[in-house]
Design a protein around this ligand. Structure first.
Ligand code: FAD
Ligand code: N01
Length: 538
């Protein structure tokens, strides 16, 4: 139902109807608050509404990458594969929306363009692209970390006679690649997932790679009845173990340094994680220092490179696919694939190095690099997102004294605990910069944030405080802590979207909190127990 004729003066206004916005709506209602969600898309789902490219699926196991707040929901929903596809995840999110009757409080096809804090009334006014406005005491930004696509701005794109698509704005009816000459630009997680499937359909596929990233096999498989029965019978233990793991995932971790074992043992462990059930992110946890120790990282990097050389038959192509030494394994988000490297053995697939010969322009008939012209019917941009800050900066957010979030964040995002920004009272961010967010099972992090924010709002209301603001000192200390913890790892050295390196001109700062999910939860709890230390409630 479109909510445009309904109440526009609310306790909480929520922007975004992905996992975060939906759960925030549910929790707000449970807390007795009036709440409304405003969503740019036509339906619920967020990431899983927009990213419909072939091969799109999660790379955190679906049994974990799903809501844990309701035991019945957990028991009644059955995942068909270890890593569900986009259509299945979208079906799940729609099911959640129906089951908890969420749609009646969601306004679709509406983009929030402006949010202004009224210091006197201590309320937010949100304006939309449809010219409506909503006012609420609290504003929750559930706008997503990967929801603003990096728009392709290649010279000549407008002249292209074929059709082009971005992975994050994929047509609902799908794309027919049969008999077509297709070019894919980008070899991050999206490219790595779509390339094997497009190669199967297209007449010819040309992959334009700028930087080779590491990818490990998902070892995806159907979940048979026995696996499902077992998982459901032990769901609570599974969730509890995930909560105590650094990245909120249920994965066996080896608590040993890669340096303290023999070469034989090290290779056995890597091999087990490459081939073994589950594959994927298990590789990151083969040893406890892969992301903090250069030598340990070199071991796992060399192992993956040896696999690429063994899979890809043409040695030149294999070398091009091998990530270079400067890129440490895992410091750019690890890709998880199904048959990615194998695809380059197909006769209808060509890999082009656009670092050596950059793309110069799109032409009416295809694409020209500094070395060659490629004739194409379809161009696919898997070029990523303005991650973590893009969706927030796209809204004209004005806090105390009319200061904009864009001004406050001109040198990079600044938050207290990843949920609040000094100068922007009564506004909260879900799973944003400064929280474990994208380094974790994001659904898990979303649930933790939403629960915490809702308790804070309830506390404010119960104690008759209209105003909840984090102080600048607390924010400065948190930003310092986020950087300090990141600097103890290899993460900031990767030229990834984690540091904004993919967007020209974006300040280089490591945005997520790398301290781990359990350590972060402990801090959140301590802050709450200390009467919301670092916040002013008045
Ligand atoms: P989103 O799902 O991004 O939803 C935000 C919503 O806000 C969007 O629908 C957007 O339209 C809306 N919005 C934004 N700005 C406005 C505005 N101004 N006005 C109105 N509406 C607005 N994470 C994992 O942990 N595991 C995975 O396996 C995984 N797989 C992924 C696969 C893909 C292809 C991508 C792109 C990301 C993946 N992620 C994964 C990260 C994923 O984004 C999160 O897991 C999660 O879905 C984020 O949910 P969210 O509700 O915070 O944000
Ligand atoms: O985007 P990316 P993504 N010319 O930024 C290249 C999540 N996700 O959509 O590395 C040429 O990772 C760019 O090259 P380079 C996940 O968190 C998860 O793939 O900058 N190339 C890179 O190769 C992920 O990390 C899944 O040199 C250009 C690629 O485009 C995040 O979303 C699936 C270019 C972009 O890679 C983003 O992934 C999908 C240019 N001008 C997404 N501009 C799962 O599997 C960019 N590139 C769960």
């Amino acid at each position: 139902m479109n909510a445009s004729n309904q109440q526009k003066s609310l306790d909480v206004v929520i922007v975004g109807a992905g996992f975060a916005g939906l759960y925030q709506l549910h929790r707000a209602r449970k807390a007795g608050l009036t709440a409304r969600v405003i969503e740019a898309g036509e339906d619920v789902g967020g990431t899983w509404y927009w990213n419909r490219y072939p091969g799109a699926r999660c790379d955190v196991e679906s049994l974990d990458y799903s809501f844990s707040f309701d035991k019945e929901l957990e028991q009644e929903w059955t995942w068909s594969e270890r890593y569900a596809t986009q259509p299945e995840i979208l079906r799940y999110i729609r099911h959640v929306a129906e089951r908890f009757d969420l749609r009646r409080d969601i306004q679709f096809r509406t983009r929030v363009t402006r949010a202004v804090f009224d210091e006197r009334a201590k309320r937010w006014t949100l304006e939309t692209d449809a010219g409506e406005s909503f006012d609420a005491q609290f504003c929750v930004m559930a706008t997503g970390c990967l929801s603003i696509a990096q728009a392709p701005n290649f010279k000549g794109l407008h002249s292209f006679a074929g059709t082009w698509y971005h992975s994050a704005d994929w047509p609902k009816q799908g794309v027919d690649f049969a008999g077509k000459r297709v070019g894919v630009i980008g070899t991050g997680s999206s490219g790595v997932q779509m390339i094997p499937l497009i190669a199967e359909q297209a007449d010819h596929l040309t992959v334009f790679q700028r930087t080779a990233n590491f990818s490990v096999p998902a070892q995806n498989e159907p979940l048979d009845d026995e696996a499902v029965r077992h998982a459901k019978a032990h769901y609570r233990e599974r969730r509890a173990r995930a909560r105590e793991a650094n990245n909120g995932l249920y994965l066996e971790a080896v608590d040993k340094s890669a340096l303290e074992v023999s070469e034989e043992e090290r290779l056995r462990e890597f091999e087990f994680r490459w081939r073994g059930a589950g594959g994927g992110f298990r590789m990151l946890r083969a040893f406890n220092d892969l992301l903090v120790n250069e030598k340990a990282n070199e071991y796992v990097s060399d192992f993956v490179r040896s696999k690429i050389r063994a899979i890809v038959r043409d040695p030149k192509v294999a070398e091009l696919l091998c990530p270079k030494k400067e890129l440490r394994f895992g410091t750019k988000r690890l890709c998880v694939d199904s048959g990615y490297y194998e695809t380059f053995n197909r006769p209808n697939v060509t890999l082009v190095d656009v670092k050596a010969a950059p793309i110069e322009e799109v032409t009416p008939r295809g694409l020209r690099t500094s070395a060659q012209v490629y004739e194409l019917d379809i161009l696919v941009f898997a070029t990523g997102f303005d991650a973590m800050t893009g969706a927030l900066r796209a809204i004209d957010i004005r806090g105390v004294g009319g200061v904009t979030l864009g001004e406050r964040w001109q040198h990079g995002p600044r938050t207290y605990l990843g949920v609040s920004c000094a100068g922007f009272p009564n506004m909260f961010i879900i799973a944003g910069p400064g929280s474990p967010s994208v380094l974790s099972n994001v659904v898990h992090s979303i649930e933790e944030h939403v629960d915490w924010v809702t308790r804070l709002i309830q506390h404010a209301r119960e104690t008759k405080r209209a105003y909840v603001a984090c102080d600048l000192e607390a924010e400065n200390e948190w930003v310092h802590h986020v950087n300090e913890v990141a600097d103890r790892t290899l993460y900031p050295r990767g030229n990834s979207w984690y540091v904004g390196a993919n967007i020209p001109g974006k300040p280089r700062i490591f945005m997520p909190y790398v301290g781990g999910v359990p350590a972060y939860r402990k801090i959140l709890n301590e802050v709450a127990d200390a009467g919301y230390r670092g916040f002013v409630l008045s």
